[in-house]
Design a binder for this molecule. Structure first.
Ligand code: HXC
Length: 514
C-alpha cells in the first residue's frame, strides 16, 4: 500500500469504529434522552483535549454467535484529557454497542486506563452505561469486573475516583462505583441496582419499577450511594468539573490554591443564630458567611441532611466542611449521618484537605430503629475517622455540643487541633431538661409544685453548664471567640498547620468499624 492508501485505510477504519453501535442504536440512545459516550466525553473535558487509546481493541469471544460480531471499540471509549487544564483519565461505556456490556477486552481497556491514572497520579472518571457482564463471555466478564474492583481498591486514597451513572449500572457492576469516592447520578437516566425488577418480582413477588428500585433519586436520597444529583447530563458535567477544581490530582500533592476571596455575606450572630437555642437555623448560612466567595459545594446534599458536608475554600485553600444541620432532626447523628461524615473525613484525610467542623449537636438519635440498625457500630465510624485523620482539624462549636456528639464532632479529645467556641456554645453531657429530670428527679417529684421545681432545676443546670466556659476552664476549648472572629481564627489555624506532622502507631492497617 502506498502512504496515501495507508492513510485512507486508517481514516476509514477509525471512522467506522468511531460510529459506535450505528445509527439505529444511537437514535435509540438519544430517544432515551441520553448523550452518546463520545458526546459525553467531549462535553465533560476541555474542548479538543481528549486523547483516545485502544480504539482498535476487539473482543475475542467465539461463543453464541459472537465470532463474526464486530463491537466497535468493544463498547467502551478510554483515554485522557483535561478538565480546566487539569489532567484526568476517563472511560465511557458505549451503550449503543451491545448495551455497553462488559467483556474481557472491554474490562482490560478500563483497567489499563485505571493503571495509567494510578501510575501518573491523576483522577479517574468512569462513565457507566451498561447492561452489566456480557452474558456471552461468561466467566471472562466476571474476571473483568474483579480486575476493575481490585484496581478501584488500589486506587483508593491514591487518586480521586469519580463514577458517573448515565444509564443502567446493573448487578455486580454497581460495585465499581461503590468503591469509588464520588458517584454522580442524573434524574430519570441513572439506574443502579444489584437485582433488577424482574428478579425482585420472581423472588419476592413484589412489583416495582426500575426508577423506584434504584433510580437517581433513590440513590441520592435514600440509599446514599450517590453523592451528586443532577437534572440533566450537562448539569452533571458542570458538577464534576467543579468537584475536580477542589481536589489535588493525587495524594502526592495538595490541592492547588486559588485566588483568595472574601465571603460575599457579612454576618452577625443575632441574625444567624436564633436567641432561643431550640429554634433551628440553616448551617449552610454560617458556612457561606465563613468561606471564600460564600461558595459552598455541598456533597450528598439529599442524603442524611441532618449532617452537612462539602468543599469550600478559605483564603484560597480547599477545606472540607462538616457540620450538623439544626434544620433537620435538630442535627442529631444517626446511622446515615455517621456514615456520611466518617467517609468524608477519610476522603479529606487521604488527600490532605484540612477539615473544618461546625458543631450544633444534641447527640446521637435515640430509638429502637437506630439501635437495631447498628447506630453503635455506625456512630463509631465517626470517632474512628476523626481520631485517625492527621490533616489539620479545626472545630468551631456554635451552639449545642451534648454528650457523645460533643466528643464525636472532632473534639480536642479526638485530636482536633483547634477547638473554638462561640459564646452561644453549650457543652454538656446532655440538654438541661434531660439532665435536670435525671439528677434532680427525687427533688422534682417530692416538690409541692413539681413543674415549678423542674423549671428551677433546669435553670440551675443551664446556668452552670449551658455555656462554653466550663469546657474552656479545663482547656477543652482553645478559645471562646466572637462569631465575626471565626474566619480569621480558622484562616490563621490553617496557616500555622501547614507543616503539621503526626505519627500514628506503626501497624499494617487499623480496623475501622465498617
Ligand atoms: C450482552 C447485552 C447485555 C448483557 C444488554 N445487552 N445487556 N448483551 N450482555 N449483559 C444487549 C442487548 O442484547 C441488546 O442487543 C442491546 O444490548 C441493548 O439492550 P436492550 O435490552 O435492547 O436495551 P434496553 O431495553 O434499554 O434494556 C437495558 C437493560 C437490559 C435493562 C440493561 O438490556 C437488561 O436487562 N440487560 C441485562 C442486564 C443483566 O442482567 N446483566 C447481567 C447482570 S449480572 P441488540 O443486539 O439486541 O441491540 C452482572 C454480574 C456482574 O453484571 C458481576 C460482577 C461481580
Amino acid at each position: 500500500m502506498t502512504f496515501m492508501q495507508r492513510l485512507v485505510d486508517f481514516f476509514t477504519r477509525k471512522s467506522a469504529v468511531s460510529k459506535g453501535g450505528g445509527d439505529k442504536a444511537i437514535s435509540k440512545q438519544k430517544a432515551g434522552g441520553k448523550m452518546t459516550a463520545r458526546e459525553r466525553i467531549a462535553a465533560l473535558l476541555d474542548e479538543g483535549s481528549f486523547h483516545e487509546y485502544d480504539l482498535f481493541v476487539e473482543h475475542n469471544c467465539q461463543d453464541f454467535g459472537m465470532g463474526d460480531k464486530e463491537l466497535a471499540a468493544d463498547g467502551v471509549i478510554t483515554g485522557s484529557g483535561t478538565v480546566s487544564g487539569r489532567p484526568v483519565c476517563i472511560y465511557a461505556q458505549d451503550f449503543t454497542v451491545a448495551g455497553g456490556s462488559l467483556g474481557l477486552m472491554h474490562a482490560r481497556k478500563i483497567t489499563k486506563i485505571m493503571d495509567h491514572a494510578i501510575k501518573m497520579g491523576m483522577p479517574i472518571i468512569g462513565i457507566n452505561d451498561s447492561g452489566g457482564a456480557r452474558i456471552q463471555e461468561g466467566v471472562n466478564s466476571l474476571a473483568g469486573y474483579g480486575e476493575i474492583f481490585y484496581r478501584n481498591t488500589l486506587a483508593s486514597g491514591v487518586v480521586p475516583q469519580i463514577s458517573v451513572i448515565l444509564g443502567p449500572c446493573a448487578g455486580g457492576a454497581v460495585y465499581s462505583p461503590a468503591l469509588t469516592d464520588f458517584v454522580f447520578v442524573v434524574d430519570q437516566i441513572s439506574k443502579m441496582f444489584i437485582t433488577g425488577p424482574e428478579v425482585v418480582k420472581t423472588v419476592l413477588g413484589e412489583e416495582i419499577s426500575m426508577e423506584e428500585l434504584g433510580g437517581a433519586r433513590v440513590q441520592a436520597e435514600i440509599a446514599g450511594n450517590a453523592h451528586f444529583f443532577a437534572n440533566s447530563e450537562p448539569e452533571c458535567f458542570r458538577q464534576i468539573r467543579k468537584l475536580i477544581s477542589y481536589l489535588p490530582d493525587s495524594n502526592r500533592q495538595k490541592a492547588a490554591g486559588v485566588e483568595q476571596k472574601k465571603p460575599k455575606q457579612i454576618y452577625k450572630l443575632e441574625n444567624l443564630i436564633p436567641k432561643d437555642s431550640k429554634v433551628p437555623f440553616d448551617l449552610r448560612d454560617i458556612v457561606r458567611a465563613l468561606v471564600d466567595d460564600s461558595d459552598f459545594f455541598e456533597v450528598q446534599e439529599l442524603f442524611a441532611p441532618n449532617a452537612v458536608i462539602g468543599f469550600s475554600r478559605i483564603n484560597g485553600e480547599t477545606v472540607g466542611i462538616i457540620g450538623n444541620q439544626p434544620l433537620v432532626l435538630a442535627g442529631v447523628l444517626d446511622i446515615d449521618a455517621s456514615d456520611k461524615i466518617a467517609r468524608f473525613v477519610r476522603f479529606c484525610d487521604s488527600f490532605y484537605i484540612p477539615i473544618v467542623t461546625l458543631v450544633d449537636i444534641p447527640g446521637y438519635l435515640p430509638g429502637s430503629d437506630q439501635e437495631h440498625g447498628g447506630v453503635i457500630r455506625h456512630g463509631a465510624k465517626v470517632l474512628y475517622a476523626y481520631s485517625e485523620a492527621t490533616v489539620p482539624k479545626i472545630t468551631v462549636i456554635l451552639r449545642k455540643a451534648y454528650g457523645g456528639g460533643y466528643i464525636a464532632m472532632c473534639s480536642l479529645h479526638l485530636r482536633g487541633d483547634f477547638v473554638f467556641a462561640w459564646p452561644t456554645a453549650e457543652i454538656a453531657v446532655m440538654g438541661p431538661e434531660g439532665a435536670a429530670n435525671i439528677i434532680f428527679r427525687s427533688e422534682i417529684m417530692s416538690a409541692d409544685n413539681p413543674e415549678e421545681m423542674r423549671k428551677i432545676k433546669v435553670k440551675e443546670y443551664t446556668d452552670k453548664f449551658a455555656n462554653p466556659y466550663v469546657a474552656a476552664s479545663s482547656g477543652y476549648v482553645d478559645a471562646v471567640i466572637a462569631p465575626e472572629e471565626t474566619r480569621d481564627y480558622i484562616a490563621h489555624a490553617l496557616q500555622i498547620s501547614r507543616n503539621k506532622e503526626v505519627t500514628l502507631p506503626s501497624r499494617k492497617h487499623g480496623i475501622p468499624p465498617v
